[in-house]
Design a protein around this ligand. Structure first.
Ligand code: AHR
Length: 334
């Protein structure tokens, strides 16, 4: 049914590209779709969507991928061509180029980093293939994509910072575990947090990227503990739960008690993070909702049908202290 959704001009361009891709046999490293055998083109009533995921760096990402695969299911009328780029921005752009060459009906991207998207987004536009961004944002002109659904990362950082500023009224040394360098959540969560603690008694001792991974958080925290010593660090601000969970391992290995000797504030509210909060090892978590699939699928259908859609859709987040985590855990979906 893709032909029904595309303008004649766009379809002609798309079909030409699809043919070119078939004849060259290129799939650009893109995995098969959820039907296990997609060639990226589609027939009948099915909408073929190429989804360029960041990778599988965190519990949040697993929940997001599952949400997307459920929403873009064959049952819902989609043929999903899925690619996870293992946190490599160049590989992710290559995956999007492959989707363009395959002549998919629409492309959804969770951009690893904010910069560097102008050219490939222009190529998608020239091919008549609408792009919907989910989760993270880009710095490219918003003329180059149809819509974005995601979270207010700066507000998440601000909420975490407001908690820290209220919690620590005596001089406090903080270390920061940053997300992937150049990513929207790492940039915006730093800005929101720093603004919120400005003028407070908190001093930032150090800040390094742990790439949103548990191993990364653990390794960076081990380095901080070696450099400054357990007694010099009062607070960890982790840009996501996975890095906080890695930091907990490092703090325990150093003989200290996470959540007591060194307090921790993080972002995501995935099940493992919420359990650590309920156990008193993390002290506060700001949510980042990964369940964006349904809205993304709705946007794809609306855009292909030629409907007007909002350029930005922000999904609301909550925040949790220990009691709230205990109450929320039994019904937590991710
Ligand atoms: O873009 C959302 C962030 O990406 C999540 O906070 C983090 O866990 C993930 O890797």
């Amino acid at each position: 049914m893709k032909k029904r959704f595309l303008s004649t001009l766009a379809f002609t361009a798309t079909a030409a590209l699809a043919l070119a891709a078939c004849s060259s046999g290129s799939d650009g490293g893109t995995d098969a779709g959820t039907d296990g055998g997609s060639d990226g083109g589609s027939s009948g009533d099915v909408i073929t969507v190429g989804f360029a995921q960041t990778g599988s760096e965190s519990g949040w990402r697993s929940a997001n991928t599952e949400s997307m695969k459920t929403a873009f299911s064959a049952e819902n009328g989609f043929d999903l061509v899925f690619n996870a780029a293992d946190n490599d921005p160049a590989a992710q752009i290559q995956a999007v180029r492959s989707f363009i060459n395959q002549g998919v009906d629409a492309i959804v991207i969770a951009p690893i980093v904010e910069d560097g998207w102008d050219d490939v987004l222009q190529e998608a536009k020239d091919a008549g293939i609408p792009v919907i961004l989910e989760d993270r944002t880009v710095t490219a002109s918003d003329d180059l994509y149809a819509s974005w659904v995601g979270l207010d990362f700066e507000l998440e950082g601000q909420k975490a910072g407001e908690w820290a500023a209220a919690e620590f009224t005596e001089p406090t040394n903080m270390v920061v575990l940053e997300g992937t360098t150049g990513s929207a959540p790492a940039n915006d969560r730093a800005t929101g947090f720093d603004n919120a603690i400005a003028g407070s008694s908190i001093t930032k001792l150090d800040s390094q990227t742990g790439d949103f991974t548990r191993d990364g958080g653990k390794t960076v925290m081990e380095g901080f503990l070696q450099k400054y010593g357990v007694d010099e660090i009062d607070l960890v601000y982790a840009h996501n739960d996975d890095m906080a969970l890695g930091a907990i391992e490092a703090i325990e290995a150093a003989g200290a008690e996470p959540g007591v000797d060194i307090k921790i504030v993080s972002i995501d509210a995935v099940r493992d993070g919420m359990q650590a909060l309920a156990d008193g090892k993390i002290n506060y978590i700001v949510e980042c909702n990964p369940l964006l699939g349904e809205k993304a699928a709705e946007l794809v259908k609306a855009v292909l049908a030629g409907d007007d859609v909002d350029k930005r859709t922000i999904v609301e987040d909550q925040a949790f202290d220990q009691a709230a985590a205990e109450a929320a855990l039994p019904d937590r979906k991710y």
